[in-house]
Design a protein around this ligand. Structure first.
Ligand code: GLU
Length: 474
């Protein structure tokens, strides 16, 4: 019988949930879903100095926003410290670990010597086989793993393939510090084992840790989970991902107006592929995802691609959910509160009505908010400089005449206002465009907007006539 799949996402809460972490979470989530398993969440908060509650909140918030839910309760690594110490006691009793009383000076000397001799294994085995009765009084020992001195440590990685380390290059690593606190390397192994993790999927910056962790698994007689180390995300030029190139927290993507579904779709394609397919629904992603299809070379982050994908998701999103997302994002952007203050039942209904036209052009929710500005604007409307140029003495006169014509329309809709405008243009020997542009400027303050008849319909008779009056002159 094969074990049910259990993956885990194990961020350290020392900073926000960055984009690479979000991709790791997504891969773990997808794999668990595909195999009908579980994804657990473990907050690795053993570094008490650098872990913060704000970072924990940002991680939980980011995962929820991306709709990457975890199974069961969140596990906090620090809470397991007693269990970690208990495992070390067992190892001491079994002789697979030992107490090391080396002083800071002795360790520094060992490092110097190893460096001079070009060795990566620096610990010279000083306390490895020494009689504990030699222990100096008053010194708090560390506990080290009695790692194999010869042979190889091998990881059969699902992404990297077979990776081999020579044991004589690997040190007897510290499991417990002098103050009794467990090291990260030990904590990860014990927690993964206790949580029943079957698949470890994480960034390839942890590959060397996998070798060290394998030695701890071996010492404990535990079975190593399946390992997958995914290449990191680089900048568009192949260099380390910089802030400018997208090394930002998930919260920053939310505030830039990206949709969670678009970001998931973008992230899944970073380093993983399924033929030429670019667009994946969540179901398709789960269906197609697999570990061996992850590439071994670093993925490159490309903002333009993300934007285009986001535009696709906006065009295909349903209007009501766009209104909801638009209102939601206002909480995360500067001046968002000012815009939110303009949203009420009337304007919300107008946003919904205008959405089919608005969503055609927007690549982000911020662009959507910007182009919906005419709905939320107060009279007299601020007129953009480019639009101001359209308002001449002649066009203002035209606006007055057009207003009079539109005033006769009683049953107000896109169709009836269109008919009135066409009749007006014909009567005055004008092209429709020559009438539509001054009208657009007077109604939206801009030279571009959704279709003018939709604008008329969305704003309604009274508001349109008032806005036209504001710009008209005899
Ligand atoms: N806590 C580690 C990190 O944030 C991940 C450890 C792991 O996945 O094994 O990089």
């Amino acid at each position: 019988m094969t074990l049910p799949v259990v993956t885990r996402f194990a961020p350290s809460p020392t900073g926000f949930l960055h984009i690479g972490g979000a991709r790791t979470a997504l891969f773990n989530w997808l794999y668990a879903k595909k195999r009908g398993g579980k994804m657990l969440l473990r907050i690795e908060d053993t570094d008490r100095e650098r872990s913060t509650q704000a970072a924990i909140d940002a991680i939980l918030d980011g995962l929820k926003w991306l709709e990457l839910g975890w199974d069961g309760d969140v596990v906090y690594q620090y809470a397991n410290a007693a269990r970690h110490r208990e495992v070390v006691d067992e190892m001491l009793a079994a002789g697979t670990a030992y107490r090391c009383y080396a002083s800071a000076e002795e360790l520094a000397q060992m490092r110097e010597t190893a460096k001079a001799e070009g060795r990566t294994r620096f610990y010279n085995g000083l306390w490895r086989d020494r009689d504990p009765s030699d222990a100096p009084a008053g010194v708090k020992p560390t506990v080290r793993l009695k790692a194999p001195l010869t042979g190889e440590t091998v990881i059969e990685d699902q992404v990297q393939g077979r990776v081999v380390w020579q044991n004589d290059n690997l040190d007897d690593l510290v499991l417990l510090r002098g103050d009794g606190s467990p090291t990260y390397m030990l904590a990860v192994v014990v927690d993964d084992h206790d949580m029943g993790v079957t698949h470890v999927i994480r960034g390839d910056d942890h590959l060397i840790n996998a070798a060290r962790q394998k030695q701890i698994y071996d010492a404990l007689g535990w079975e190593l989970p399946s390992m997958s180390h995914i290449p990191l995300i680089h900048g568009p030029d192949g260099s380390k991902l910089s802030k400018r190139h997208g090394a930002l927290g998930v919260d920053a993507y939310r505030a830039m107006g990206y949709l969670p579904a678009a970001l998931r779709n973008y992230l899944v394609r970073l380093g993983w592929g399924h033929g030429d397919q670019e667009i994946f629904s969540t179901e398709e992603m789960i269906e197609a995802f697999d570990l061996p299809a992850i590439g071994r070379s670093a993925a490159r982050f490309d903002f333009a691609k993300l934007e285009n994908l986001n535009g696709h998701y906006i065009r295909h999103a349903d209007d009501q959910s766009l209104v909801t997302m638009l209102e939601d994002v206002l909480r995360y952007i500067p001046h968002g509160a000012d815009v939110a203050a303009k949203i009420n039942d009337t304007t919300r209904a107008q946003l919904l009505q205008a959405m089919p036209g608005l969503k055609e052009r927007a690549k982000t929710l911020l662009e959507l908010i910007d182009s919906a500005g005419f709905i939320l604007a107060d009279r007299p409307l601020p007129i953009e400089p480019k639009a101001q140029a359209v308002l001449t003495a002649d066009t203002r006169k035209l606006i007055a005449q057009l207003r009079a014509a539109l005033e006769t329309v009683t049953s107000w809709s896109a169709a009836t206002t269109e008919a009135a405008m066409r009749a007006f243009a014909e009567q005055h020997g004008l092209k429709l465009g020559a009438v539509a542009q001054p009208l657009r400027v007077a109604l939206t303050g801009r030279t571009t907007s959704p279709g003018i008849f939709d604008v008329l319909a969305v704003l309604g008779r009274q508001e349109c006539l008032s806005r036209l009056a504001d710009q008209a002159s005899e």
